[in-house]
Design a protein around this ligand. Structure first.
Ligand code: SF4
Ligand code: SF4
Length: 159
């Protein structure tokens, strides 16, 4: 369940992650817990890997067999509630949505931030994608220590 401050509980977060052996390939994680009438994640996925169901209020479910981790749903989600993640050795490689400007650049070292807004470490911006189809949402590919796998959620420019 969501805590009173709107931050999901650890159990809720873990319920959206597959086992680590599945994350050797990139997979979409949906942190969309409320029943809301919304489905661009499902309609934008070219691999039919996200299902909302007949009732549009049903929270989305990812089929990890079908998901390629392409990241298209990440920038199509109006709630910024999706990211992808892949485990590569000592690192977790995320693709996260990012709407602030100025946007980070490839090679930047940023603060890694958790769901409470706390800085939990540092991370490397590996790639920034911002195409015409992405409206105002950039896609950041971020290298994060794998120890932060279930903690990391976004980046912040160091103070
Ligand atoms: S990452 Fe790509 S394949 Fe996976 S659910 Fe999102 S759009 Fe579909
Ligand atoms: S598009 Fe985003 S906010 Fe809407 S149902 Fe999908 S994950 Fe939730």
């Amino acid at each position: 369940m969501l805590n009173k401050n709107g931050v999901p509980s650890k159990d809720l977060i873990l319920s959206r992650f597959p086992d680590n052996d599945i994350l050797v390939k990139p997979k979409a994680i949906t942190e969309c817990y409320e029943e809301i009438p919304c489905n661009p994640c499902s309609t934008s996925c070219p691999f039919h890997a996200i299902t909302v169901g007949d009732d549009i209020n049903t929270p989305p479910q990812v089929d990890f067999e079908l998901c390629t981790g392409c990241g298209i749903c990440v920038y199509n989600c109006p709630g910024l509630a999706i990211f992808t993640v892949q485990i590569k050795g000592d690192y977790a490689i995320y693709k996260i949505p990012y709407e602030f400007v100025p946007r980070p650049q490839k090679g930047d070292i940023m603060d890694a931030v958790n769901r409470n807004g706390d800085v939990i470490g540092q991370c490397l911006i590996e790639k920034v994608t911002f195409g015409a189809k992405q409206d105002k949402t950039a896609l950041l590919q971020v290298q994060v220590p794998v120890t932060l796998l279930h903690e990391f959620i976004t980046v912040r420019r160091p103070l």
